[in-house]
Design a protein around this ligand. Structure first.
Ligand SMILES: *Cc1c(COP(=O)(O)O)cnc(C)c1O
Length: 504
């Protein structure tokens, strides 16, 4: 099989360690650290602590040495694949390399050890960073005010829709419906529903973008807003955005922009200049923060002036101290605010990473990264056009969506392609999303990949397309070079085994 794997593929079946659970290993009395005898009498926790504080459900806790524990977790980590191991072309998610300079900034002791309940006078630097980051994001997006509170993109959406509700309610009628195009991100209809609105789907046109006529048809006095993902989940720019904004505004409705894909536009075009009323950004996609695996995110929301009174509390305000110096305060006194969205300030460490990156790049660097994100996606598109079906011909921005249509004729699915890509040493792309493309393969190389790395990814996918022609059945067994082979995904989702039990 090795001839199928281009030399440029990072995948190889080299040292791969078997690793079992720690239970059943070790030996009674084995310790990870050598501590001196305690100078006080030993007490039995069972007689000193109330029963609810005693852990009873885990029997036979293993007793292990330090190297046993370290090796266990290092080996498990080597089964994993992260952006620090190689390209991670998971479309829509923007899994890109995060520079270590942002990590270093987030670990500065003054930031890393700041307690969220510090008095304002003792955290002026942290408040200034938040204030300046808000200003930078407003400048990048073209809006006048922002909140950094939401902990993720989806929570940013919720924040935005609660503000839309408050805005309409303040005008006497919160309205009932939110329009969501079928090319929007899946979180959008969920958010609309969570905010108490009826999500009304609008079909996108044949070239993959929302058509003003479709919006006009669905628009009435009950529509509170339209949620537009731009660029949409096909990686295509919604070129009718201005016209759609005008239609909505005529009926008193608002245009919400899902800006999680801002890495396609940042420094080049601003949603605030396109008639959008408010948007969220994903700091963990567009700027720096390692994500995936459930790490924290940050989904700031930027708004036009009329929505500013509804921002969550507290906001960060800049005032002047007695000596004329800048002072930053948390403003809780905002009567029209939707209230608090999250405990404390939000995910502060993500603010530091994003701020560090924005200051490092500067305006030119931000524009350049967007240009490179688009260039890389289009280079990949060009390299793969001959091997995979491209359902939409419209120009791609930061990501490109292929489908498994050609491979399907040989009985090979998007899932088979994705699983074989693992054997080549790459993380799979997003598959079966967006829903408007049956058998979708959604690839986003991001701006952090070199041309050679994009070429290596394309070479692997081209080799898989050739394998689908010559030996399609072999693909059903992929991946074959990993420690864990193809899992039963339905069973894994329906009957997850999350807790070790003796005898399993
Ligand atoms: C990732 C993404 C979201 C959701 O963001 P989370 O931080 O995962 O909650 C919303 N919309 C789009 C377009 C996205 O790509």
């Amino acid at each position: 099989m090795s001839d199928r794997f281009p030399n440029s593929s990072p995948g190889a079946s080299g040292l791969q360690f078997r690793e079992e659970v720690l239970f059943g290993r070790g030996s009674p009395g084995r310790r990870g650290a050598s501590l001196p005898e305690a100078g006080v009498p030993e007490a039995d926790p069972a007689s000193e602590l109330p029963p609810e504080l005693l852990r009873s459900e885990i029997e036979g806790m293993p007793e292990l040495s330090e190297p046993e524990v370290v090796r266990h977790f290092v080996r498990l980590s080597q089964w994993n694949y992260g952006i620090d191991s190689g390209p991670y072309p998971l479309g829509s998610c923007t899994m890109k390399y995060n520079p270590k300079s942002s990590e270093a900034a987030a670990r500065l002791p003054g930031f890393a050890s700041a307690h969220p309940m510090l008095p304002e006078e003792d955290c002026q630097g942290a408040l200034q960073l938040g204030f300046d980051l808000e200003r930078a994001l407003c400048e990048i997006t073209g809006f006048s005010a922002a909140t950094l509170q939401p902990a993720a993109g989806a929570q940013g959406e919720l924040c935005g829709l609660l503000m839309i509700r408050a805005y309409h309610a303040a005008r006497g009628n919160p309205r009932k419906k939110v329009l969501v195009p079928d090319s929007a991100h899946g979180t959008n209809p969920a958010t609309a529903t969570l905010a108490g609105y009826q999500a009304v789907e609008i079909a996108s046109g044949p070239d993959g973008v929302v058509e003003p006529a479709a919006v006009a048809k669905a628009l009435d006095g009950d529509v509170a807003a339209l949620m537009m993902t731009n660029p949409n989940t096909l990686g295509i720019f919604e070129r009718n955005v201005r016209e759609i904004a005008a239609l909505l505004h005529e009926k008193g409705a608002l245009l919400y922009n899902d800006g999680a894909n801002l890495n396609a536009l940042a420094g080049v075009a601003r949603p605030g200049d396109m008639g959008v009323d408010l948007m969220h950004l994903n700091l963990h996609k567009t700027f720096a923060t390692p994500h995936g695996g459930g790490g924290p995110g940050s989904g700031p929301v930027a708004v036009a002036e009329p929505l500013a009174p509804f921002l969550p509390v507290p906001t960060i305000r800049k005032t002047l101290g007695d000596g004329g110096e800048a002072r930053y305060v948390l403003d809780h006194d905002r009567p029209q605010s939707i209230g608090r969205l999250r405990t404390f300030w939000g995910n502060f460490g993500m603010w530091v990473r994003a701020y560090a990156l924005i200051r490092e790049w500067g305006p030119e660097g931000i524009r350049r990264t967007a240009q490179l994100a688009v260039l890389n996606a289009n280079y990949l598109r060009k390299l793969l056009e001959g091997s995979y079906h491209l359902p939409y011909a419209a120009a791609s921005l930061h990501e490109v969506v292929f489908s498994d249509k050609r491979q399907k004729a040989r009985g090979v699915s998007a899932l088979d392609v994705a699983k074989r890509l693992i054997d080549h040493g790459f993380h799979p792309p997003t598959i079966y999303f967006p829903l408007v493309v049956p058998g979708a393969l959604m690839l986003e190389p991001t701006e952090t990949e070199s041309p050679e790395s994009v070429e290596a990814l394309a070479a692997a996918l081209t080799a898989i397309a050739a394998e689908a022609e010559e030996n399609p059945d072999a693909l059903h067994a992929a991946p074959t070079r990993t420690v864990v082979r193809r899992v039963d995904e339905v069973r894994a989702a329906r009957q997850p085994v999350l807790r070790w039990r003796p005898g399993r």
